[in-house]
Design a protein around this ligand. Structure first.
Ligand SMILES: Nc1ccn([C@@H]2O[C@H](COP(=O)(O)OP(=O)(O)OP(=O)(O)O)[C@@H](O)[C@H]2O)c(=O)n1
Ligand SMILES: C[C@](O)(CO)[C@H](O)COP(=O)(O)O
Length: 265
């Protein structure tokens, strides 16, 4: 077992400032409830369940910082249980939870979360509020790989669908539908999830290179790849799926119902 007093200080940045356009109109996605609890509260709990995590920075919608602070205090710092760590295995020490304002893009929101970290943090996880149900084993696996010396670590799963690359036909010919230009070898592809884990200095440097557009801009590991840093994949989990479209809410409620039936979660 890791001696946490000797280990580097690990913090988590949770970008939660997105609107959730693909989920449809309504409250910002991270503030919507699953089984009566806001999605971002599930995400914070999932991170704090790891003994390695001592600080969580939630990046809230810019106009929702006070609301998110109150939500965190209501759900995670109840007066009757100041030592919040309900699912922490064998732990019991408090997790510090801070809330800062997010930006226009996920990349900008993560950067603002990084700016809020104290100097003594040496390892950082970045976890989407939109992946509220990631099991603690996945969090611990990412932390272990970062502590083992990997500068950037992503949890990932093999794909079950065949993937096609589409694009314009040579010569500009037009056909009905989207022309397929390639079929990448599926065995070499991984669908990556969060939390993604980083050496703090590497991630700071990746974000300092400025806004990146297009390929490599949709996750933090992509920014590290742009710098030429090695990125490794460790096992992900089906329950770490991202709540993106309405059907994902149905799946998330079903997973929570199963957990409640199995272990009273
Ligand atoms: N400006 C933004 C955009 C996204 N995110 C966060 O990044 C994570 C992954 O983004 P995604 O699932 O795309 O969320 P949304 O941007 O909210 O979704 P959509 O693209 O459908 O609007 C989410 O936890 C989201 O809150 C963020 O903090 N700041
Ligand atoms: C970071 C991420 O969850 C990894 O799969 C993903 O890239 C986020 O993408 P989104 O378009 O911002 O949802």
């Amino acid at each position: 077992m890791t001696d946490e007093t000797q280990a580097p200080r690990t913090a988590v940045v949770i970008p939660a400032a997105g609107r959730g356009v693909r989920l449809g109109p309504g409250t910002p996605k991270a503030l919507r409830t699953l089984h009566g609890t806001p999605m971002l509260v599930h995400a914070v709990r999932a991170m704090a369940a790891s003994r390695a995590v001592s600080l969580v920075v939630v990046v809230a919608p810019p106009d929702g910082v006070a609301e998110v602070r109150a939500m965190v205090d209501d759900h995670l710092h109840p007066a009757e249980a100041p030592s919040f760590a309900p699912a922490r295995r064998g732990g019991g020490d408090e997790t510090d939870i801070r809330v800062v304002a997010g930006g226009e893009t996920r990349q900008e929101s993560v950067r603002r979360g990084l700016d809020a970290l104290p100097d003594d943090v040496t390892a950082v996880l970045v976890h989407d509020a939109a992946r509220p149900l990631v099991p603690v084993e996945i969090v611990d696996g990412v932390v272990e790989a970062v502590r083992g010396g990997a500068p950037a670590v992503v949890p990932g799963l093999p794909l079950s669908d065949t993937v096609k690359e589409v694009g314009p036909l040579a010569g500009g010919a037009t056909v009905p539908g989207e022309p397929v230009v390639a079929t990448p070898e599926r065995a070499r592809l991984r669908a990556v999830q969060t939390p993604q884990g980083f050496d703090r200095e590497a991630l700071d440097r990746a974000h300092r290179q400025g806004p990146v557009e297009g390929e490599g801009a949709t996750d933090d590991a992509g920014l590290c790849e742009r710098l030429g840093l090695p990125v490794v994949v460790v096992p992900g989990h089906e329950e770490a799926f991202k709540v993106t479209r309405p059907l994902d809410l149905v799946l998330a409620e079903a997973v929570l119902a199963r957990r409640r039936a199995n272990d009273g979660y």
